[in-house]
Design a protein around this ligand. Structure first.
Ligand code: NOJ
Ligand code: CA
Length: 677
């Protein structure tokens, strides 16, 4: 008898006879997600019939409670669908469609005395999947400390998949050159983590609505199995919270090709609507600034002979901005604290006290007359307690002088953010820890009280929170233009052909395009110069979306080439529609965008180190209109190393039926304004 029972038990578990499999599909039916009920919570995903994510574990472990994982089975489930259109106050497009099917699964233990439960909410869109943990209040689970998140992404055939990724938990935060490897060679990586399966399906793993939680990085656990790896606090705990709580959404964007990833709104759709009410004071804009001069060593942030942020220099920039239609002038280095080695000196930054040669009232009053606002700057060098203590006064001072945008900076090595705890003890934290996730968001909500928008440098990665807090106007969070001034090596030609498919899936980036003088140390200096043609610098304004864009070079370099500068003057930073039209990760990319509240369209396209010919169908244009195409393209002999400046500017009359054949030089590009006639 005993023997028979044993055989039966083996049969049941191997065949899963009584196990329930729940399924939910995307609205178009192409993505299918299944949740298995075999006392090991897991999910798997197929796309157009191909199994793309194999059975992958779900669950959480706590310091003072049983792990939510093995032994939990499905006790309830609920399905819902939604289809709506909502609007972005500023962005790549005005109208965003949220069309999804939802499955909410409750997992419970069967222990009589210690019944525990958690839920996983899955949402399937045509462009991918989001899911998050929801842990309700329950017996013996009030304050919680998460010590592990079991979430896995088991990639089908990772050896044959190509991934583009940057390392996580490194000293340089998100500012790394991208690696291109097979998935199984990935170590610990940041998200968005993008890869292409052998079949051509493109997938990107990231997260949405990262609030009061640690950032998720991913770690290769077994070959092809990428596991959530949350960035810890200085005491090793990953997340400190309280029931009931929700994790951020774990997101998997899925497309049949590379371009499809670029047209996805999944991350924004998984964020909460605007919590700030009237945000008419959040102003997309273009700006110039006292900035590049410091990066190329012509000026200093600190006081002295080469001080950049002087009253007279700022007045000169205001004149230049007013003359060319820029609404903002960024000034870095005006406040006391930069002298000495500012990288290590965050304690001495004073956010209200100016150097003697800078008069904030005089420059902002002058700006007011000229229709130009100062753009504020707060470098903290990662000393966040010093910043926190002065924050309200510092924002109030800026508001008094008509400032609407502040660029913040958290220059410090990864793991070296300095916070002073309530007992006066210095703690060192990661930029992407739960502590810093909350610290960055605090600066956003505090700034909102003063009608100030924030552009965060050395930020926490973007997870779409601009939908909820539209004053989080831009951020850095990848290698930007500054690396072309002093990075060793600078950004390689392929860098900006990878960014759109990785970093930019998260949201806008303050890359600061528009360097016209590629040879500030001579073109031969391969280690300190932009590795692009001039036309590619223009294309960046359309390709790398940000509602605030800098014309980053020195005014004299624009004055020397006003014809090319015209494109930067014309290009908007707020769009009615955006459409990625071509591209392969790490090779080339092309975007078309229609201006907000206007009829003009703009195109930007760029390539890696290979020259190519782009055939551009103009079928995105309005069929009932004629346009003048103002084309800025690489000249016949242009190539980025020795001849980056040769550019042809030409005008052509076109309609939606036309096609343009456009040559792109090595590390070249093209920028076009289609002016409606
Ligand atoms: C790094 C920022 O990315 C850069 O734009 C800024 O100029 C420096 N920090 C100084 O704050
Ligand atoms: Ca930086």
């Amino acid at each position: 008898m005993k023997k028979i029972i044993f055989t039966l038990a083996v049969l049941l578990s191997s065949n899963n006879l009584f196990a329930e499999t729940l399924k939910v599909t995307s609205p178009d039916g192409k993505i299918v997600l299944s949740v298995n009920d075999d006392e090991k919570p897991s999910y798997e995903i197929s796309f157009s019939g191909e199994n793309i994510i194999k059975a992958s574990r779900l669950g959480l472990a706590f310091k003072n409670a049983i792990p939510f994982s093995d032994g939990f089975s499905i006790s309830a489930n609920q399905k819902k669908s939604a289809n709506s259109v909502w609007q972005l106050p500023w962005g790549e497009r005005k109208n965003v469609t949220d069309n999804h099917n939802e499955l909410l699964v409750t997992f419970s233990t069967k222990h009589k005395d210690d019944a525990k439960k958690f839920k996983v909410r899955f949402r399937l869109f045509n462009d991918g999947v989001g899911f998050r943990y929801e842990v309700p209040k329950q017996k013996d689970l009030d304050q919680v400390e998460i010590i592990n998140e079991f979430t896995e992404f088991a990639i089908n055939d990772g050896k044959k998949a190509t991934a583009w990724w940057i390392p996580a938990r490194g000293w340089n935060r998100y500012e790394y050159i991208y690696n291109t490897t097979d998935v199984e060679s990935v170590d610990r990586a940041h998200t968005p983590f993008t890869f292409k399966l052998d079949s051509g399906t493109h997938i990107s793993i990231h997260e949405a609505a990262l609030v009061n939680y640690a950032a998720m990085t991913i770690n290769q656990k077994r070959p092809g199995v990428l596991k959530a790896d949350l960035t810890p606090w200085s005491d090793g705990i990953l997340v400190k919270t309280k029931t009931d709580f929700k994790s951020p959404w774990r997101t998997i964007q899925i497309s049949k090709d590379a371009v499809g990833l670029l047209n996805s709104d999944l991350i924004l759709n998984l964020n909460e609507p605007n919590k700030l009410g009237d945000v008419s004071w959040v102003e997309p804009a273009k700006y110039v600034g006292i900035w590049w001069g410091m990066h190329i060593n012509k000026n200093t942030w600190g006081s002295g002979e080469k001080h950049g942020a002087t009253t007279s220099e700022t007045l000169r920039y205001i004149d230049f901005a007013a003359e060319h239609g820029f609404s903002g002038v960024l000034v870095e280095g005006w406040n006391v604290g930069w002298d000495g080695d500012w990288f290590f000196n965050g304690d001495v930054f004073n956010f209200s006290k100016a150097y003697d040669d800078f008069d904030i009232k005089a420059v902002s009053d002058y700006g007011k007359k000229k229709g130009v606002r100062l753009i504020g700057h707060h470098e903290t060098s990662g000393n966040v307690t010093n910043y926190r203590n002065q924050m309200s006064d510092a924002y109030a001072l800026y508001e008094k002088h008509g400032v609407r945008q502040v660029k913040t900076g958290y220059v410090a090595d990864g793991g070296d953010i300095k916070r002073i705890d309530k007992n006066g003890i210095i703690r060192k934290e990661w930029h992407d820890s739960q502590f810093m996730v909350s610290e960055y968001l605090h600066s956003i909500t505090e700034a909102a009280k003063y009608k100030i928008s924030i552009n965060t440098h050395e930020p926490i990665k973007d997870t779409g929170l601009r939908r909820t807090y539209p004053n989080w106007i831009s951020r850095e969070g990848a290698r930007g233009q500054e690396f072309n001034a002093w990075g060793t090596p600078p950004n390689p030609p392929e860098h900006t052909t990878i960014l759109p498919f990785t970093r930019m899936l998260a949201g806008p980036m303050d890359f600061t395009p528009g360097i016209f003088d590629m040879g500030f140390n001579g073109l031969g200096d391969k280690s300190n110069r932009p590795q692009t043609t001039l036309a590619k610098q223009l294309a960046l304004y359309v390709v790398l979306y940000s509602p605030i864009q800098m014309a980053a070079d020195l005014p004299k370099n624009y004055q020397a080439n006003l014809a090319a500068f015209q494109f930067i003057k014309d290009v908007p930073t707020n769009w009615h529609k955006s459409k990625a039209i071509a591209g392969e990760v790490g090779e080339y990319v092309a975007f078309a965008r229609q201006e907000r509240d206007g009829d003009d369209w703009f195109v930007g396209a760029l390539t890696d180190e290979k020259s190519r010919t782009l055939t551009l169908k103009l079928d995105f244009l309005d069929r009932s209109k004629r346009y003048q195409a103002q084309i800025y393209r690489d000249g016949k002999n242009a190539e980025w190393i020795n001849n980056p400046y040769e550019m042809i500017i030409e005008n052509k009359q076109v309609t939606a039926k036309d096609e343009l054949v456009l040559p792109l030089a090595t590390s070249g590009g093209v920028a076009i304004r289609f002016k409606a006639l």
